[in-house]
Design a protein around this ligand. Structure first.
Ligand code: AHM
Ligand code: MG
Length: 338
């Protein structure tokens, strides 16, 4: 079993990266380490979802008025416990909680970071055994350490993120993250219970042949989006069209596939929802940070996602992300917006 000795675990990787910054005190490293632990606990629950009584709807609704499922609540509370235990986090914004969660004890008040998360994204896919994910984003607080965190700590533009990542619970479980120095992916080896570096320095292809959008909403799309979909479906040998349509309905899984293979993901504004569906703080910003770090792009159709000044923690924005050349082409069509 000599191959195991070549493996670099997530924790080894985090420590190695920390050592490359001589002044680093290990605060972010400790936080990332605890995220890794939470990810393993949630992975175990996700894997057993079909077996145990954890499956099914909780009966509650989350702040967006959507049905909440038990595994969402489980993931939410385990992330919160891990973040509290890290001692590096002073507050959390979660899709599952209307208000921010403040860690008000002394350790929490001294935490350097705030954490935004969608603890279980794509939750409509849980009970049909389709890939789901967790998404997170980390900021350094702007309020003074030692005080209770404030909402302003969360309302920073995405360029201020110090780290972001996602966990995909797919045919294998992966943790992909960036601290602004490239993107690295780790696959969970269940036999040793460790995330192992499997996708170092991920770079997304400049062009791709996959487009991902919920075409069931076609009637409600703006003309620019409709024209771009038509463009994807037309025949053109040079640009390898028609493109392939792939849409899972789990942002993490749709994005992850396109990141590795090259493609574009779109959740646009519609006649019904002028800001689309996806949330800026804990869905779009972290994915945008990863996309850019991998050499791709992410916009709301007009401007960089990472330059949007947030106004509320559950704010929604239209979302376009993917391979640079595909994004540029899509933007030409979006100029036709009514
Ligand atoms: P959720 O956070 O309630 O799970 O919703 C977010 C999900 C994304 O993962 C996915 O991209 C999108 O909703 C799919 O929405 P739709 O079913 O409207 O296409
Ligand atoms: Mg979500």
């Amino acid at each position: 079993m000599t191959e195991q000795f070549n493996v670099q675990t997530l924790n080894q990787f985090i420590i190695q990266r920390q050592s490359e910054y001589p002044g680093a005190k290990g605060e972010l490293s400790r936080l990332l380490h605890h995220i890794g632990i939470a990810a393993k606990i949630i992975n175990r629950a996700v894997n057993k979802a079909g077996l145990v009584d954890i499956l099914g709807e909780q009966g509650d609704q989350n702040v967006q008025g959507e049905d909440q499922q038990k595994l969402d609540v489980f993931a939410d509370s385990h992330f919160i416990n891990a973040l509290k235990a890290s001692g590096e986090c002073c507050a959390v914004a979660s899709e599952e909680n209307e208000n921010i969660i403040l860690f008000e004890d002394e350790m929490g008040r001294n935490g350097k970071y705030v954490f935004c998360m969608d603890p279980l994204d794509g939750s409509s896919n849980i009970d049909v055994n389709v890939s789901i994910g967790s998404i997170f984003s980390i900021y350094e607080r702007i309020s003074p350490r030692g005080e209770v965190a404030k909402i302003e700590d969360f309302l920073q533009e995405g360029t201020k993120q110090v780290a972001a990542g996602y966990i995909i619970y797919g045919s294998s479980t992966m943790l992909v993250y960036t601290t602004g120095n490239g993107v690295n992916g780790f696959t969970l080896d269940p036999s040793i219970g460790e995330f192992c570096l499997s996708h170092p320095n991920i770079k997304t292809p400049k062009s791709g042949t996959i487009y991902s959008i919920n075409e069931g909403n076609y009637i409600n799309f703006h003309s620019g989006v409709k024209k771009y979909i038509k463009f994807c479906q037309e025949k053109d040998a040079k640009s390898k069209r028609p493109y392939t349509s792939r849409y899972i309905g789990s942002l993490v899984a749709d994005f992850h596939r396109n990141l590795l293979k090259g493609g574009i993901f779109i959740y646009p504004q519609t006649n019904k929802n002028s800001n689309g569906k996806l949330r800026l703080l804990y869905e779009c910003n972290p994915i945008a940070f990863i996309a850019e770090q991998a050499g791709g792009k992410a916009t709301d159709g007009k401007q960089r996602i990472l330059k949007i000044a947030p106004e509320a923690i559950h704010q929604r924005v239209p979302f376009y992300t993917g391979s640079t050349n595909m994004m540029k082409k899509a933007e030409e069509f979006l100029d036709f917006f009514d």
